[in-house]
Write a new protein. Structure first.
Length: 286
């Protein structure tokens, strides 16, 4: 608009000089230039006002975004191109027991355990840069108090027009309680399994008439002893015995029973057992 006013001033001045007497032309031009100056001042004022309003609106929008980011009830942080924390939510700060001044500007991996830091730097961050996103990555973080927590992290990479990573946006979920509960359940299961396996009473699990599991006492009582008796009876007839599918519990039970394996051949699978039996028969078919 200022350029248009300048062009209008030049055109008007040339027209006034050509068409009006000298004194009238000078007075007319002076008046016109005064009007142009007022218009320029008005345009500048309007532009400045608009720019100020836009700046205030942007600042207000930015403050609102930052406030909502800060107050989001989730552990979130943003990293710059150097992998340093540029923003972090209040929930993230509260969980790790740090203030914003203590966290901003530091590398995110500074808060990781050694194992998680090594995995992040060697595996996860290169994959994130290459693929642009990773989801539900397990990490361990260290609180300011020294307590270790378990988290799952999902991150996306923000790139510039040249494809360079300029920012990383991450959301973390504290899964410490879930991990501890799973670990405790697994430990209880292992303790109970050990007690049941070592029980002197025969115990087994079956479903729809099919045995699903049995402890050593069951194998020893109902299977191992019977197997040894049958094998001895067959050997009395002068035949060779090839046993297939011996499981670790049965093998332990046979050893505990003092079974004589001197002439007892065992194979892991039925295919191997058949091959072994054919070998004993000189390759002849049954």
């Amino acid at each position: 608009m200022l350029r248009a006013l300048g062009i209008s001033r030049s055109v008007f001045c040339r027209a006034a000089s050509a068409l009006a007497p000298k004194e009238l032309a000078e007075d007319t031009i002076e008046r016109f230039e005064s009007v142009i100056a007022d218009l320029v001042d008005a345009v500048i004022a309007v532009y400045q006002s608009t720019a100020d309003e836009a700046a205030r609106a942007f600042a207000k929008l930015d403050a609102r975004y930052r406030e909502r980011y800060q107050r989001t009830p989730a552990m979130m942080h943003s990293l710059d191109a150097e992998m340093r924390i540029s923003a972090v939510s209040d929930r993230g700060l509260a969980t790790l027991e740090y203030t914003a001044d203590e966290a901003l500007g530091r590398r995110s991996v500074d808060f990781f355990t050694e194992e998680s830091r090594r995995r992040a730097l060697d595996i996860i961050l290169p994959r994130l840069s290459a693929e642009g996103e990773v989801f539900d990555v397990p990490y361990q973080l260290v609180k300011k108090s020294g307590k270790i927590i378990d988290v799952r992290a999902s991150s996306v990479a923000v790139r510039d027009e040249q494809g360079n990573v300029t920012q990383l946006l991450s959301v973390l979920e504290d899964v410490t309680a879930e991990v501890e509960a799973t670990r405790a359940l697994r430990e209880r299961e292992e303790r109970w399994r050990a007690l049941i396996e070592l029980s002197p009473l025969p115990l087994c699990v079956h479903r729809d008439g099919t045995l699903r599991w049995m402890n050593d006492a069951t194998v020893r009582t109902f299977f191992a002893e019977a197997l040894v008796r049958v094998a001895k009876s067959i050997r009395l007839l002068g035949a060779e015995v090839v046993i297939t599918g011996i499981t670790p519990p049965i093998a332990r039970a046979l050893v505990m029973l003092g079974a004589d394996f001197g002439r007892l051949t065992t194979c892991g699978t039925l295919r191997d057992g058949i091959a072994q039996a054919r070998g004993l028969r000189g390759g002849r078919s049954f």
